[in-house]
Design a protein around this ligand. Structure first.
Ligand code: SAH
Ligand code: SF4
Ligand code: F3S
Length: 447
């Protein structure tokens, strides 16, 4: 082992894809005999799995990297390793700008980390950035025994003008279906009840596979639904341009596919959507929503919205507000546009001044929260199936879990983590429900 490394510390930034990759990084390091250190200052190998989606993500990471530099100067035999999307997008500069970094690697090169760490010495600095393999091929260390991420594809073929991901994760590559099915069967044997399928654009899954292997995303859902023991299937994210009736029908017809679709809209203005290169317009998005409501009336719909995209006028922004009113989203992640290096939108001349972005963001957040709160009232009085995750974060006397609609529930009850409980909902805010376990029904489910 290089420099007798015995312990590691990993900090993860970014999306579920990175969380998944970090579970694989941990699994790999453990297989190599390393233990996880409780604190960064105790570790022989200091790792970061990074994100570059917005400038704030970069800044947060750079702060942590400063601490790693200090720790390395205190004990120079320490290894500092940086993986993920920031590393990938900075591959030309990373060693020059941050000479204390020993190893840098992109999201398609996680397996190489093992090779580097088992060498006798770290040769100068190592950087690995070509996509070679799915991190899903490495052993995982899952945070919860009953839930798992399942990577179905890597990369993205879209060209959204604001987005850095195509640069950091490369072209879309789908995993063969039989491999995904085998992984999920294994997870089910290990006690996993809920899986979340991960891809940048899950609805284009399979298009790049050879003819004999090629299946659609809806067919993949059906194959996974058939696996005994998997009670809940989620996925993120579908692209509005690619979601079709077959996928929406899967929510109605397959018992394990949950009543929740996260369908990122980004803007309610067709003019801005065009400049974003999203390849759908407002009406087409609304048509998709109508299809979902028609086939799965109680489905939760959540979204991502960007405010202050270059050229966004007050009228464009008001179209976003009116779209939120019209769709009535169950929840929304809202972001201030952040110019990203190497993207088309960063170079657009008509950037929106920051105070205008902030003011629009405040109005949007107020609206999305009000609409989400109103939508959540439909659950009050109902008894919902909740997958118990553990004690409530705000009150350890209570339990926390998630409904099929992806709402967090805090409740009084006796169920164990990993069980499906029946919870009668008494009240609802924009993000959380509150209620009480219905005990007879729970015994029925457990038996
Ligand atoms: N592949 C996913 C999204 C990945 S990024 C999809 O297309 O659905 C998650 C979200 O970050 C995006 O949906 C978008 O709302 C936001 N985002 C991406 N780039 C951004 C940027 N430059 N500035 C602000 N928000 C951005
Ligand atoms: Fe980025 Fe667009 Fe691909 Fe999503 S679909 S990862 S927003 S380029
Ligand atoms: Fe995810 Fe951030 Fe990369 S959002 S795909 S980790 S840039």
């Amino acid at each position: 082992m290089a420099r007798a490394a015995r312990t590691f510390h990993l900090t993860t930034f970014g999306c579920q894809m990175n969380e998944h990759d970090s579970e694989r990084i941990k699994g790999l390091l453990r297989a190599l005999g390393l233990r996880e250190a409780a604190a960064r200052s105790d570790a022989d190998v200091i790792l970061f799995n990074t994100c570059s989606i917005r400038e704030s993500a970069d800044q947060r990471f750079i702060g942590h990297l400063g601490e790693a530099k200090r720790l390395k100067s205190e004990r120079p035999e320490r290894i500092v390793a940086v993986g993920g999307c920031w590393a990938q997008s900075m591959r030309e500069q990373v060693f020059e700008m941050f000479p204390f970094v020993d190893v840098a690697f992109g999201p398609g090169q996680i397996h190489k980390l093992g090779e580097v760490l088992v060498r006798d010495s770290l040769e100068a600095q190592a950087g690995f950035f070509e996509f070679e393999d799915f991190s899903a091929h490495l052993p995982a260390e899952r945070a919860r025994p009953f839930q798992a991420w399942v990577q179905i594809s890597q990369g993205c073929n879209c060209v959204c003008s604001y987005c850095i991901v195509p640069q950091t994760r490369g072209r879309e590559v789908s995993r063969p279906p039989q491999e995904i099915v085998a992984e999920v069967e294994q997870l089910a044997r290990e006690g996993v009840r809920e899986i979340t399928l991960l891809g940048q654009n899950v609805c284009s899954y399979g298009r790049d596979l050879p003819r004999g292997q090629r299946i659609t995303f809806a067919e993949l859902l059906a194959r996974l639904d058939a696996i005994e023991g998997i009670e809940r299937i989620r996925y993120t994210s579908p692209h509005p341009k690619d979601i079709r009736e077959d996928v929406v029908r899967a929510h109605a017809e397959l018992a394990s596919v949950c009543e929740h679709i996260h369908l990122p809209v980004q803007s309610g203005s067709s003019r801005i959507l065009k400049r974003m290169r999203r390849t759908y317009d407002r009406q087409r998005y609304l048509d998709r929503v109508a299809m979902i409501r028609g086939l799965v009336p109680d489905c939760s719909i959540t979204t991502d919205i960007i405010v202050g995209f270059p050229g966004e006028t007050e009228e464009d922004f008001e179209e976003t507000l009116s779209l939120v009113e019209e769709v009535r989203f169950d929840g929304a992640f809202t972001f201030i546009f952040s110019p990203r290096r190497g993207t088309e939108a960063a170079e657009m001349p008509d950037q929106v001044p920051h105070p205008v972005k902030r003011e629009r963001m405040a109005r949007l957040v107020e609206l999305t929260q009000r609409v989400a709160r109103e939508r959540a009232q439909r659950f009050v009085g109902r008894t919902l199936e909740v997958l118990v995750e553990g004690p409530s974060r705000t009150d350890p006397e209570r339990l926390r879990g998630r409904t099929r609609h992806n709402k967090t529930v805090n409740f009084d009850g006796v169920a164990q983590a990993g069980e499906l409980a029946r919870v009668r909902i008494a009240s609802a805010t924009s993000t959380t429900l509150s209620g009480e376990e219905v005990l007879m029904a729970r015994l029925g489910v457990a038996s």
